[in-house]
Design a protein around this ligand. Structure first.
Ligand SMILES: [Cu+2]
Length: 163
């Protein structure tokens, strides 16, 4: 009575997650960069876009770098008009979706820098995902104009208020 083909199909269906790629395989990284800081500063931030090309949700849970003493996952929250940074446990990347790390939002907090970050240089960082898989990336160090960013944010505020 038992149909061996159905049994096989069932087995494959039940075990198919085993054949799914690791998070590191599913996640593509776009435009990774880090902010240049003055030589006396030991804290900076890294940014990139995570694109999930897989069929299951993933999340970034940690990052590490031989050139950085401590890397934390941070976000910004608006606390009564004051932007504050908060550590987050993970950064979810939904299946088929993308998660953007950018100034004023999610970012990699690079603390206790072991060397200075000069524009044009590369900073090696390893991303760690929820399944333990890892992906090495190189952040391009760039000059970042904080004033320009602030002016841009003020313009956005004005535009929102006019609506
Ligand atoms: Cu931060």
């Amino acid at each position: 009575m038992r149909n061996p083909i159905i049994a096989l199909a069932l087995t494959l269906a039940l075990t198919s997650p085993v054949f799914a790629g690791s998070a590191a395989d599913d996640i593509q990284v776009q435009d990774p960069w880090a902010r240049e800081v003055p030589p006396n500063m030991t804290t900076s931030a890294g940014f990139l876009t995570l694109v999930n090309q897989g069929k299951v949700d993933h999340s970034l849970v940690a990052a590490e770098s031989p050139d950085v003493g401590m890397v934390e996952l941070h976000t910004h929250i608006n606390d009564n008009g004051v932007m504050r940074m908060r550590p987050v446990k993970e950064m979810p990347i939904p299946a088929g979706g993308r998660t953007e790390l950018k100034p004023g939002g999610l970012h990699l907090m690079l603390m206790k820098l072991k060397r200075k970050l000069t524009a044009g240089e590369k900073l090696p960082v390893t991303l760690v995902f929820e399944d333990g898989s890892k992906k090495p990336v190189e952040l391009e160090v760039r000059r970042f104009d904080m004033m320009k960013q602030h002016q841009g944010m003020h313009k956005q505020h004005k535009m929102q208020m006019n609506h």
